[in-house]
Design a protein around this ligand. Structure first.
Ligand code: GDP
Ligand code: CA
Length: 327
């Protein structure tokens, strides 16, 4: 391909940002300087929330900070070298959630974002503005400009916000269902459908299928855009050897009746040929024995190293995903 490829990645936070770094790395390794014109990331905003008067966008910020190189790689979220003075003061006031830490630098981001939202900018416009501070090398789009929540419904019928379930209860309360109030009336953010229509390849990052990729696909118009696009759709399994790599995505999968296996997640997304999404699915070497099961679902399976333990491995994985689409 002589011109730069057009790539769209659908992504959540931590797994998503590692993968997006890999895609940017793969483009740079091909000698492309202006990676932002080739790489569009559609980011999950389903777990965004209001807290202490500010708008939090956990996945948007994870990806922004990671691409900027200012993320806390040890803790896995927030800003490197952050402090918690304001958070301490909020807790003295009894404001916010005592089990939810807002770093000082991170709060700067939330304040800037909230101010611009209050001035009337859309989330897409705010993210565009926020993308100028650092050379991110990617265009970031929220999945939608509409406010969407992720609510966890427990077996006794009680409901709590995803962030409370995840951070406070560490996903230990068995979920009966996940709901996304607001999503049915939402539309894809400006530019999302166009980016998918113009893409050579759409990559599903190895993000949480239920609470990261799920809400993106639940935005009306998103699946149709993927189905109608000439782009090849290639997914990367977040499950390796029957386990999720980090976090608690297995609990989410159980709630929607999907086994924690690379083949079952492929089945959840479905074969493009059968009205699903996938033209190809990357599974780990540990899951080679599942390749025939994936193929049996009508989805070509490719066995590749899926661990994103450093930048070189993330880049190699992204390169493998692009190659799977002949890009
Ligand atoms: P969140 O929004 O911060 O929860 O992050 P994501 O939804 O983007 O990513 C979480 C998922 O990333 C988890 O389900 C993990 O299984 C997956 N993940 C994390 N690290 C890796 C990795 O090195 N390789 C693969 N294949 N998946 C990973
Ligand atoms: Ca998330």
């Amino acid at each position: 391909m002589t011109r730069a490829p057009r790539i769209v990645v659908l992504a959540g936070g931590v797994g998503g940002s590692r993968f997006v770094l890999g895609v940017r790395g793969a483009l740079r390794a091909r000698g492309l300087d202006d990676t932002a014109s080739a790489l569009t990331v559609v980011v999950n905003t389903g777990d965004d929330l209001w807290l202490s008067g500010v708008r939090l966008q956990p996945d948007v910020d994870s990806i922004t900070y990671a691409l900027a190189g200012v993320n806390d790689t040890e803790r896995g979220w927030g800003r490197q070298g952050d402090t918690e003075r304001v958070n301490h003061e909020l807790q003295e006031w009894g404001a916010g959630w005592p089990w939810f830490t807002l770093g000082d630098l991170d709060l700067g981001t939330h304040l800037a974002r909230t101010g611009w939202l209050r001035e009337g900018l859309t989330p897409t416009q705010v993210l565009e503005r926020m993308s100028h501070r650092w050379p991110l090398g990617a265009r970031l789009l929220p999945m939608t400009d509409t406010e969407v929540d992720t609510i966890v419904v427990l077996h006794d019928g009680s409901r709590l916000h995803f962030q409370e379930w995840w951070t406070r209860h560490r996903a230990t309360l068995a979920p009966a269902a996940f709901e996304n109030p607001g999503v049915a009336a939402s539309t894809p953010a400006p530019g999302v459908v166009e980016a998918i229509a113009d893409a050579d390849v759409v990559l599903l990052a190895p993000s949480n299928p239920v609470v990261s990729i799920g809400p993106i696909l639940a935005v009306p118009g998103m699946r149709v855009a993927l189905r109608d696009s000439a782009a090849r759709v290639v997914g990367v399994s977040p499950v390796i050897g029957g386990k999720v790599v980090r976090g608690m995505a297995d609990v989410c999968l159980i709630a929607i009746g999907v086994e924690t296996s690379a083949a079952a997640v492929a089945g959840l997304y479905g074969a493009r040929a059968d009205g699903g999404l996938l033209d190809a699915w990357l599974i780990a070497e540990e899951d080679e024995h599942l390749a025939s099961e994936v193929a049996g679902r009508g989805i070509p399976a490719l066995v590749r190293p899926l661990w994103m333990t450093d930048a070189a491995r993330s880049t190699a994985l992204a390169e493998a995903a692009l190659a799977a689409a002949d890009v």
